[in-house]
Design a protein around this ligand. Structure first.
Ligand code: PMP
Length: 308
């Protein structure tokens, strides 16, 4: 998605003009991936824009910082307020929100601790072409020849920039082979996730998704979809998923802040179920969007209104 500039970016404690939020080429994070980030969304609701899962995303950002030893110089409450302020001051009805914490300029060498920790929060519209068609007919997925990081190599649970070298290889390979997305297996050969999405399968009427131990990012949308499934009376299973279950699933979909709930039409060109979006996927999509857009009562407290 090409960036569409907004007026402001929150940069180390204040709103600055979009073009002014810049770094030096010797910024540590550019060389050694010493950064973590979040992806959050604000939805248009009848009460104005509202951020979905703000507390969960801020908590995951701080968890990522802890995992990679990045001492973020703000409190969670300050970051939470800064997100709301940035969305508000940029005047969005709906947007994508990208907080970033990174080691800045000052010293070079892998050991990062002489470099300042800096924080930016950018917000911008995320427009997906053919979204309606995509959410009805789904995406084609190819299983990657790459594997997700082994548990003792890179911390998959941190939303850390370095992990996205693996993600980028997965999605580039998938597109080169003519698929819409890639799906990557964990180091033991079990289903892990997409390049930037968690994956769900419907098998025998139950909803399956890999456990956090399968080198996945613990997605906030994943957590919400598991809750929605339980609300709808669908039994959920978080267990290791052998690859062959992809080819025998009745339904499948991806979840993520960007993916939302995207049906999967085929794995390795083998149609999923009948090849059309299935009934469980559809009811989960409907309930998820109703909650995210404030069209259903926010029973789980997922939305934070942007305007006070
Ligand atoms: N896995 C990976 C690797 C991701 O980058 C993302 C997107 N943040 C997800 C899963 C989905 O997470 P979430 O639902 O929190 O956006």
């Amino acid at each position: 998605m090409k960036l569409n500039p907004s007026p402001y970016i929150w940069f180390n404690g204040e709103l600055v003009a979009w073009e002014k939020a810049q770094v030096h080429v010797l910024t540590h994070a550019l060389h050694y991936a010493s950064s973590v980030f979040e992806g959050i969304r604000a939805y248009p609701t009848p009460r104005g824009p509202a951020v979905l899962g703000l507390d969960e995303h801020v908590e995951r950002l701080f968890d990522s910082c802890r995992i990679v030893h990045l001492p973020i110089p703000y409190t969670p409450a300050r970051i939470r307020d800064a997100v709301l302020e940035t969305v508000r001051e940029n005047g969005h009805d709906a947007c994508y929100i990208r907080p970033l914490v990174y080691r800045g300029y000052g010293a070079l060498g892998v050991w990062p601790e002489e470099n300042p920790v800096e924080v930016a929060i950018a917000t911008f519209p995320w427009v997906k072409p053919n979204e309606r068609e995509l959410y009805e007919n789904g995406i084609t997925v190819g299983v990657s020849s790459w594997r997700r990081m082994a548990p003792d190599t890179l911390p998959a649970m941190a939303k850390s920039a370095g992990n996205y070298v693996n993600s980028a290889l997965v999605v580039m390979e998938a597109k080169r082979h003519g698929y819409g997305e890639g799906l990557v297996l964990d180091v033991d050969g079990y289903v892990s996730e997409g390049s930037g999405q968690n994956v769900f399968l419907v098998h025998d009427g139950r909803l399956w998704t890999p456990p956090v131990g399968s080198s996945i990012l613990a997605g906030i949308t994943r957590r919400y979809v598991l809750q929605v499934a339980r609300d709808l009376g669908v039994e959920t299973v978080e267990q290791r998923i052998p690859r062959e279950m992809l080819y025998t699933a009745d339904e499948a979909f991806f979840t993520g802040t960007v993916a939302e709930v995207t049906p999967i039409r085929s794995f390795d060109a083998v149609p999923v179920g009948s090849g059309a979006r299935g009934p469980i996927t559809r009811s989960i999509q409907e309930r998820f969007f109703a909650l995210a857009r404030g069209q259903a009562v926010d029973v789980h407290g997922w939305l934070t209104p942007v305007r006070v």
